[in-house]
Design a protein around this ligand. Structure first.
Ligand SMILES: [Zn+2]
Length: 79
């Protein structure tokens, strides 16, 4: 396998690496479909006093965001 890889011309190596990268990316979306919501901290927006908070509108208070790759794999975002 490694010999086959080193025998490839530079373009072929780039293609193989790109395919491997894509597969790894898709697998990561399968196992880790969520990422942290960038608009809040854990789904909450704290008031200046820190005592009160409102739920984040973007993630509806879940604090997580469905990754693009997970969406491509057909995952549906749930509250
Ligand atoms: Zn949020």
């Amino acid at each position: 396998m490694l010999t086959a890889f080193t025998n490839l011309d530079p373009t072929g190596r780039v293609i193989v690496l790109a395919v491997l990268g894509t597969v790894a990316y898709l697998l990561s979306g399968l196992f880790w479909p969520y990422t942290a919501c960038q608009a809040c901290h854990g789904g909450k927006h704290s008031s200046p006093t820190g005592k009160n908070f409102g739920l984040c509108r973007r993630c509806r208070g879940s604090g997580k965001k469905l990754r693009l790759v997970a969406r491509l794999l057909g995952r549906v975002e749930r509250g």
